[in-house]
Design a protein around this ligand. Structure first.
Ligand SMILES: Cc1cc2nc3c(=O)[nH]c(=O)nc-3n(C[C@H](O)[C@H](O)[C@H](O)COP(=O)(O)OP(=O)(O)OC[C@H]3O[C@@H](n4cnc5c(N)ncnc54)[C@H](O)[C@@H]3O)c2cc1C
Ligand code: FES
Length: 230
């Protein structure tokens, strides 16, 4: 059940180039792995979407890749600050699969510590990063197989597994080519997260749909993103 709450920051930790921001859980439900939360930093007008990275000991945590003003404002919070959080929302991964493998690229590692805590510590994980600094995030998933560019994470996926993946668009398309039943978490810019703004509209199976409602996790045909004006 999604809730909107203002929660206190309980920890801020650098992990390679990323920042792990912990908040006091309050009444928030962690939801299903792959669902997301809209998180708004103090003084900002628009929230940003984030996967839940960890849910443990009365805390929720988000792993932030600070790429612009919204993510930067969240990565720069201090313990004791308050974040406005809304979720869990969207469609998560189906977990009733026989042989799951978690496949993450870059910041796509974010949902998998929580996912593995639900599926079981023995769930195999393969992660790909652009260099060793980014690969420090693999510490969140002990025992994961880690590859670094130019080796591609798709080369490390074990055979005969049910793929749950999150990562950059080219990685998701490459997985889909060889594994049409993979469950993939897609991204689009999202301003509201609950179907009101139409900012996240993509084409799925020939129909325009809002990714915040139909996704972010989709199995089968990939969404078609609107062309970005040059
Ligand atoms: C369901 C979902 C879960 C996500 N989980 C995480 C997470 O766990 N950790 C994390 O660090 N990030 C996550 N993201 C991405 C994150 O929400 C965006 O990076 C953030 O919204 C960018 O905001 P900004 O203000 O920092 O940058 P902006 O200035 O808004 O954007 C910087 C650049 O990134 C592009 N961009 C912005 N948002 C997106 C997007 N969603 N998809 C593709 N391009 C985009 C912009 O066009 C621009 O070029 C997730 C996104 C979605 C949709
Ligand atoms: S984010 Fe507003 S409609 Fe999807």
């Amino acid at each position: 059940m999604p809730l909107r709450e203002r929660r206190k920051v309980t920890g801020v930790e650098k992990i390679g180039p990323y920042t792990l921001v912990r908040i006091d859980q309050g009444n928030l439900d962690p939801g299903i792995p792959g669902q997301f939360f809209m998180v708004e930093a103090p003084g900002r007008v628009l929230p940003r979407p984030f996967s839940l990275c960890l849910a443990e000991a009365g805390e929720l945590a988000f792993l932030i890749d600070a790429i612009g003003p919204g993510t930067l404002a969240i990565a720069e919070v201090s313990v004791g600050d308050q974040l406005h959080v809304f979720g869990p929302i969207g469609n998560g991964y189906r977990l009733d699969v026989e042989r799951p493998v978690l496949v993450g690229g870059g910041i796509g590692v974010a949902p998998f510590p929580f996912t593995r805590s639900v599926l079981g510590a023995g769930t195999p994980v393969v992660l790909g990063f652009r260099n060793a600094h980014f690969a420090e995030a693999a510490a969140l998933l002990p025992g994961a197989e880690v590859v670094i560019d130019p080796v591609l994470v798709t080369e490390a996926i074990p055979d005969d597994h049910d793929i749950l993946a999150c990562g950059p668009e080219p990685m998701l398309h490459a997985i889909l080519r060889d594994h049409p039943t993979a469950q993939l978490a897609w991204e689009a810019p999202m301003a509201c997260g609950y179907g009101a703004c139409f900012g996240c509209v993509v084409e799925i199976d020939g129909t325009l749909k809002r990714l915040c409602l139909e996704g972010p996790v989709i199995g089968g045909a990939p969404p078609v993103f609107p062309a970005v004006p040059a």
